[in-house]
Design a protein around this ligand. Structure first.
Ligand SMILES: [Zn+2]
Ligand SMILES: [Zn+2]
Length: 182
């Protein structure tokens, strides 16, 4: 849904949206193992738009279900996402004053269009949210770096590298232990 900036009243406006998955584009650069996501259910959100001149502030809460790829075991999994957000938009060209503003902790988006797409806001927030969501489980064991077996299913037959190394060190130590100066 498009919100025309000039139509946002001084006292603000509340908007409820439900963006169907197909209408939302995953932003470029978020594809790939561990960072890509698929929107599986409509993104429903309650948003509040407030405006001061060309500055627009959007806050709200959103809910959806995402398809993600575990960054450790590369398995696909689904997760319900519920999150709140706060985004600033500044209309027009970047001025020195605004450059200073963006140096602060605020996330400021510069726009030249007369309207703001609610779907773009929501997908942008999801893209920011997903990197911290990409483990299928907190304690996912991941894949064996040698044989590629999913260690969540069963331990593989590969000897653990660390063990081998410590065995070797032990062997060297025992040689030292037996060494007696003449
Ligand atoms: Zn995993
Ligand atoms: Zn293995």
């Amino acid at each position: 849904m498009k919100v025309v900036i000039d139509d946002i009243p001084e006292q603000g406006i509340d908007i409820k949206v439900s963006e169907p998955p197909g209408t939302m584009n995953t932003p470029a650069g978020t594809q790939g193992a561990g960072t890509g996501f698929t929107v599986l259910s409509p993104v429903s959100a309650a948003m509040r738009f407030t405006r001061t001149g060309d500055d627009v502030h959007v806050t709200g809460e959103m809910k959806t279900r995402l398809g993600l790829v575990c960054s450790r075991c590369l398995k696909e999994f689904e997760r319900d996402i519920e999150t709140s957000f706060s985004v600033f938009f500044v209309r027009g060209r970047v001025t020195e004053r605004e450059k200073e503003l963006s140096g602060a902790d605020l996330e400021v988006n510069y726009i030249t269009e007369p309207e703001i797409d609610t779907g773009d806001i929501l997908i942008g927030q999801l893209a920011m949210e997903t990197p911290i969501q990409t483990l299928c489980a907190e304690d996912c064991k991941g894949l064996c770096p040698r044989c590629g077996a999913d260690l969540n299913d069963a331990p593989c037959a590969c000897p653990a590298r660390e063990d081998k190394e410590s065995e070797r060190i032990d062997a060297r130590l025992s040689v030292l232990k037996d060494f007696k100066p003449r």
